[in-house]
Every structure is written in structure tokens, then in C-alpha cells.
Ligand binder design. Structure first.
Ligand code: ZN
Length: 371
């Protein structure tokens, strides 16, 4: 009986905490209404969370008369999560506070290999960063973004094309990083940069050097049978078309990787040429958007969800969204407006796999702050 009462309380506190983390500040009245809790229950739980330092009284709410109700919000500094982004050329680090704001960022140029000293170095870099920021005691968990298929149940990397790995145990990370930890596919991590109060169900497309994606439902990643949900890069767009690095012909990756726009990895230069109206760039871009329109409308037909287009190319997409929507309207005769397509909303500098991994860690481990 007592244990049950304890569980209910903890559960209510977790719900209040996650509501405020998503929505920002709300009055006690609004919290109770949103969660279907009585006023006494809401007050008791909110007060307890304030005493623990997890919530704080924020600015006064708008009011049409009488006394203004104070808004309650999450105390960002009460806890932190860290993200580590492993790519072919560097390892990136980020720390976010409880409200999801990035507070520390850095990247270290070194090549990842599956060797003990590499894991140790990643752990040591993290440790140094936490020490410098005096964050160690308030760290709730660590997220690691890795380019590969991750099986979190079996705790292993199933496969990584880029690093030529198969069936690598996550123990190697656990040994070097002694905190609650989650390792996720890189596109899955990036999808969490788009998670917010008004968007918790969406398909995320990552237009990076390898094209990938993720499906987020009620703020959680869909995993599928083999942890491959959202591998949109290997959906065939053109039968018998260009050869993909996976060996198939006509995969989306062969048409939508940034390599299609610029082989030397400079998208800045490509988009400058495009803006100057250089004919070759205009043609390449037109073909690129055409294929993107086919991919996105196919996904819309299958899933009927909002679609966020991210990855490197996604950060350049905003000025071209109307052209893309017009092309998409040729392939989608169900929608009156193609209002479900969105370019990633974060600016290029903020938008890193490490931030995504830290935000994922916050989703997974954030409520562990509630005692
Ligand atoms: Zn492929």
C-alpha cells in the first residue's frame, strides 16, 4: 500500500517535471488542468519539487485582473546531460542543462578506432570537460551519437559501414564512461534537436554524408524489429538508378547525399553558386529537390506525420522550402497544402550530433533527478 502511494507520487512528479521541461513555465492551475490532477495534489507535488531545487517560481503569468499567478518552471541548473558525437574526423562534445540549453561545446579532432585507448581518450576528454564546468555531481547521463545500427537491448553496435565494424559490445564505452549512458544511431540523435512542446511526433530526415532518418512518436524513437527504423537513405527512388554505397541501385542516398551537390564537401560554395544563378548548380539543385519531393511525399503517404528535413543540407533549405513544397504537391494529391514539410529549425552552428545526443540523454535520464 505504502509502496503504491510512493509510486503514484513519484509518477506525478515525473509527469509534472516532463510537462514543464517541454512547455516552459506554467501556473499551478495550468499544470493541474494539463495533467488531470486535483489542486491539492498539484500543490503538494510542485512544492516538493521546488524544495528539491528541481522547479522554481518563474515570471508572473498574464492576467486580465486581480492577482497574477506565478509561473512555475524547471530550474535548468539543477542537472545536466552530456552528448558525445563520434564521426570519421572528430569527436564532438556538448552539455545541456535541464531545459535543453547547450552550455558547453567543444570538438576534438581525432579518428575513432575500436581500440581500448580510443575509448579511454573519449572518457578522459569528457571527464576534463565536466571537471572544468564543475558539472560532475549534477550529471544525469551521457548520450553517444554513433554512425551505425545500435541494438540497445543486446548492448552492442550491430554494424557500422563507415568504421567497418560488426557486433561490437557497448561495454567498451561503459568501461570508459562511468555514468548512465545511451548509445544511439547518429540520425536518431539528431532527430532530438527537433523535439519540442508543439512537435513530439515526426519523421526526421538527415541529409548528411550518409542519408538517414528517424521516426519520433510521442517524444520517443521508434526502433523497429532490427533497430533500423527510418533508414530512408536506402529506400529505392529510381529503379536501376545510381549505385549506392550499400551495393543497391537507385537508393535515396545516391540522390540526396550532400556529395551530389558538392564532391569536395563545401556546401557553402555550392549554395553561393546557386544564388549567383550558375546554370550547372541550378540544374543539380532542381534534380536534388525533385528527388527530395518524391522521398518526402512517399514517407507522408506511409506515415501521415510531420516531416522535418535536417542534416547538413537541411540547414540550407529554408529559402527553398516553397520550391520543394510546390514539387511535393505534384506527388501528393491528398493534401491541400504541403504544410507538413519543415526545414530543420536550428541554426548551422548550434546543430550538432553532440547536442542531439545530449538531448536524447536528457529524455532518457532527466527524470532520474527526482528522488
Ligand atoms: Zn543504399
Amino acid at each position: 500500500m505504502l509502496e503504491n502511494a510512493g509510486n503514484v507520487k513519484e509518477n506525478n512528479q515525473e509527469r509534472i517535471f516532463s510537462l514543464l521541461r517541454r512547455k516552459g513555465g506554467l501556473t499551478k492551475q495550468e499544470i493541474g488542468t494539463s495533467l488531470g490532477l486535483s489542486m491539492p495534489t498539484t500543490l503538494a507535488n510542485v512544492n516538493e519539487l521546488i524544495e528539491q531545487g528541481i522547479l522554481e517560481g518563474g515570471e508572473a503569468a498574464e492576467s486580465t485582473g486581480g492577482r497574477r499567478a506565478r509561473k512555475i518552471q524547471v530550474n535548468g541548473k539543477a542537472g545536466f546531460s552530456a552528448g558525445i558525437d563520434i564521426t570519421t574526423s572528430q569527436v564532438g562534445f556538448a552539455v545541456t542543462n535541464l531545459t535543453g540549453e547547450a552550455t558547453v561545446k567543444r570538438s576534438v579532432p581525432f579518428k575513432f578506432r575500436d581500440e581500448p585507448e580510443v575509448y579511454e581518450r573519449i572518457g578522459a576528454e569528457l571527464e576534463q570537460m565536466l571537471k572544468r564546468g564543475r558539472l560532475k555531481s549534477r550529471l544525469l547521463g551521457v548520450g553517444i551519437s554513433f554512425p551505425g545500427i545500435i541494438d540497445m537491448q543486446a548492448e552492442r553496435i550491430v554494424r557500422s559501414h563507415i568504421f567497418g565494424l560488426e557486433y561490437v559490445s557497448l561495454d567498451r564505452f561503459h568501461r570508459a564512461i562511468p555514468y548512465p549512458m545511451i548509445v544511439e544511431n547518429d540520425a536518431n540523435c539528431l532527430s532530438f534537436v527537433e523535439l519540442r512542446a508543439e512537435r513530439s511526433d515526426y519523421v526526421y530526415i538527415s541529409l548528411n554524408r550518409t542519408v538517414g532518418g528517424a521516426i519520433v512518436q510521442k517524444g520517443q524513437l521508434m526502433t523497429g524489429d532490427g533497430f533500423r527504423t527510418g533508414e530512408v537513405g536506402h529506400m529505392v527512388l529510381v529503379p536501376g538508378g545510381r549505385t549506392c554505397y550499400c551495393g543497391k541501385k537507385g537508393c535515396a542516398d545516391a540522390y540526396l547525399s550532400p556529395n551530389v551537390l558538392s564532391k569536395d564537401a563545401s556546401l557553402d560554395r555550392f549554395f553561393a553558386r546557386l544564388q549567383q544563378g550558375e546554370e550547372q548548380a541550378v540544374q543539380v539543385w532542381d534534380g536534388y529537390l525533385e528527388h527530395l519531393a518524391i522521398l518526402t511525399t512517399n514517407l507522408r503517404m506511409a506515415l501521415d506525420m510531420e516531416i522535418v528535413i535536417g542534416g547538413e543540407v537541411g540547414t540550407y533549405l529554408k529559402p527553398y522550402m516553397n520550391v520543394l513544397r510546390k514539387k511535393a504537391s505534384e506527388y501528393d494529391k491528398f493534401a491541400r497544402d504541403i504544410d507538413y514539410l519543415h526545414a530543420v529549425s536550428v541554426n548551422r552552428r548550434e546543430y550538432t550530433g553532440a547536442l542531439g545526443a545530449a538531448l536524447l540523454a536528457l529524455e532518457v535520464f532527466g527524470s532520474s533527478i527526482i528522488k
